[in-house]
Design a protein around this ligand. Sequence first.
Ligand code: SF4
Length: 278
Amino acid sequence: MRSANLGVELLDPKPLASGGRLRRARRRSEPWVGFEWLEEPERTTISVQSGCPVGCLFCDAGTLPYSGNLTLDELRLQAGENPKELRLIRMGEPSFNPAVLALLEESPAKKVLLSTVAPDCPVSERFLEALLELKNRRFPRGRFTLQFSYPSTEPGDRRSLIPVRTWGAEKIAIFGKRWMRPHDARVVLNVPLVKSFEFDPRRAAADFDPAVFSWTFTPVHPSGRARLNGLEQSWQRPPAAVARRMEDLAELGFHVSALPSEDADIAARAACGQLESA
Ligand code: SF4
């Protein structure tokens, strides 16, 4: 896909330690509409909106001027011809953009990871229903991983970190059961654990089925917003509070993993929550 035909100007790419590149573009007619994506040998990580209306307290996407959904052609430009793994986890909430479904409908990617905060609104509900059907048809048998951002087992803490109305545990649990088919990847509950927030493994086990859900713990990277809100917590090895919760969840029968900070990604402003454009 030629950027000139899209009315998009490509900005200078930035090298990443992984051997990939952080790429940026902006619309020629509306230069305030920009987006950025990561091209790496094993995966491509794209933005789905310019800015983000959700405004999570640890993420710089919400600090950019919000300019709405990217077009299907802008998504295609980022995804490239044939990514091994396509990850929809950079800027924007995927369930707000129906063009994401159109992209996945035609994508030759071998694997897909899509992360959502599960906004409690009809647009996102329709999106996730359509995504379930699309996953069964185009990405069965473990090729699609759906991830929900789930920073706390306490609804009030979750709401303060993700400041929009989102699906509660019960609704996520029911949807996850419907999502999961034989040989599918478990639905991931992603926990950017913040020190002061409640995370009770027993409550997690009461709310979610280990046969359907797994847990991934991530650091809170030093984005401008995380620093401003005193939430930053980078780590290479899970700190004690994280390790304890991981052990408890594993004892309760869950698959549990950790995704540590990568210094090089942080330096390049490419880690989760960070944006070169911010
Ligand atoms: S974490 Fe995702 S949903 Fe939250 S502000 Fe950032 S891009 Fe938006």
